[in-house]
Design a binder for this molecule. Sequence first.
Ligand code: BGC
Length: 815
Amino acid sequence: MTDADQVREEAVEAALGKLDLDTKTRLLAGRDMWSLPAVPEIGLGSLVMSDGPIGVRGVRWSADDPSIALPSPTALAAAWDPELARRAGRLLAQEARRKGVHVLLAPTVNLHRSPLGGRHFECYSEDPYLTGAVGAGYVNGVQDGGVGTTVKHFVGNDAETERFTMDSVIAPRPLRELYLAPFEAIVANAHPWGIMTAYNRVNGVSMTENQYLVNDVLRAQWGFDGFNVSDWMAARSTTGDIEGGMDVAMPGPQTVYGPALAAAVRAGEVAESTVDAAVRNVLRLAARVGLLEGAPAEVAEPPAPIDGQALARELAARGFVLVRNEAGALPLDLSAGHSVALIGAAARDARILGGGSATVFPERVVSPLDGLTAALGALPGVDLTFTLGADPSDEPVPADKGFALRAVCRDASGAVIGEGALPSGQVQWIGDDLPEGATYETMASIEVTGRFVPRESGEHAFGTRGLGAFTLAVDGETRWDGVQQMGDEADPFEAFFGAPNERARMVLTEGEPVEVSLTYQVPDMSALPLKAIMFSLLHLGPQRDADELIAEAASAARAADTAVVVVATTDRVESEGFDRGDLGLPGRQDDLVRAVAAANPNTVVVVNAGSPVELPWREEVAAVLLTWFPGQEGGAALADVLLGDAEPGGRLPTTWPAVLADAPVTEVVPTEGRLEYEEGLLIGYRAYEARGVRPAYPFGHGLGYTDWTYESLEAGADSVRVRLANTGSRPGREVVQIYLAPLSDTEERPNSWLAAFAGVEAGPGQSVEVEIPLPARAFEIWDEPTNGWRRIGGSYEVRASHSHAETRLTATLDL
Ligand code: BGC
């Protein structure tokens, strides 16, 4: 403990001593959606939390409160660079401070157990070591900036189906060696100030009440001293949760804590000392972030300012993974007279982030079309065309392009009591975040109203998302009037993630404005624990004939020297709140790529998806570049990489299967509420190797723009030393991956696993040597009989590899 820790602990004890039971229990429940109450009498400010992980949304779910949007966590992990993750974390701390946020609800370190997992894009990797290393870098970076983190979702939240109730049934070894491992590494190496417990159960016990995993493992065995917050609306039991080590129930104020917890103490059901322990954790967090008078903040001076746009652009390129590059198709040769045909809906309307609570609203978005227009415009005699080709989304989405909308709140008499501008047709008002003058008690209806100027002539569809009674009018006439009831999927965030409903179709003319209006009847919310308004006015533009669009793209490709096709998933495919059913690209995108590739052998496909998708045409195109969800500067980074101003620096953090059926885990739907992790230790590359299945692209794969020759490998028990040379013609960065493979195993273990890695940089013709420490844990297994880690001796093959499937040098190590 440092001197400052000592002073903080004393301040915490002094503050605790001044609190009565009611104030203590009030402090353990949210004041609203995102914050805890202040207690000015003891000099305690209000702690504000916000999502995470690619930006800092702030306390409003709205585009009027913009945040930087970095690439998806899968992209960050693809850089295989904890220091880069640390820089990302520092930028996020800067954003948090700017927005008055003290705790970032991130990082998400559940594993890529199955590519079907809806939040796959939000997690780092299928490998626990890589996840822990990137996660620790991220947490260190955020906390360098004096902002807390909550490492989430502890634990076993590796899929979304029935997430509020499902039971992840995980045997002790995979639980320790895979799913808990990233959390453990982050606690050891980054000392997080918070953790978020998951919605689900693990081995029969809800994670908000899991005394064993929280009190025994996380706190007693690992020494975690931060605060433990429930996932939003996960808290279900006053005594169960407090006994289970859950410190804070979010959101509030109506939760299982607060007055209910005070009553439980008074009734003798909960010891006051248990409440004190939780309050101590909250006060310690407040002290760390500088919200408790008399306690020095962990960080007095924030680190030097960071240029967010520049870092977002750098990060994006560092995470792009070039998985195929035939005949040096990339970088593009753009001498005068060269022409590029850019194709795909996502090239124009970029998909920069995954859906759900990870959503943030950036100030600007650079689409691939924007990025390439700017970059190619600067090159003399280079021509760029754009065609749509195929649209992955044939469902209405929140009204956006061409709409100028506002929300009008009225009371029961119809009088206007509040108004607010809306950047899109989406209304997401949570807690007190209402237009000025409006209250939940007085508001009887909300009308989303304004003008729509169609971008194209033809049949336009209008729709709604959300539950309740709606009236839709277009051009002064009522087109739909009805009630949308809750479906079978009783997720409280249904209105947010749920299916869109088409309500009306109308033929409109380009440039001719029409009035639109969607009125929502506000229900009685007095009995609800969380007050929120969530619904959307949706729109879908005229749908052109798909074959015609593809033919148009093919002819543009034929006329150009190079075709660049951007294919993408949509937020109906990758989002929080549900899992995927397949790994296909939505709509006619596969047909599009095939048609373009047939028209132009020089076809480069850019895959804009946060997690694996099937690429059945991958051998028919010249190059495939995975750009994940690349964040707000994605299009600028794409131009940098296509033109060769930056190297695509990424390596796959997760195996890409050729087809879903090859993935080791394809079942994410619980049976009678239970999801058995029957594959045990064999997820990701461990499983492909054990079963002899060849994926489309292996774990760790990524080509970059130069070549590397591995020259020597010396292996010791504590570290390995690797020498390699850049034998290509450009400077570059290689991720040296060290795998261990037991030569004769007495234990049940995977054939090989990632033990360590390091990034090296070298110019053309240069050699570089790197010493890479081998963590002791790489040689250990979880030993059930002794309930502890056990080192396994014997002979190991140590592999210095370019990817899991591409070993460059081996050495034998005898332990
Ligand atoms: C998500 C969390 C998130 C929280 C607050 C939950 O639904 O699971 O990851 O931090 O909402 O938005």
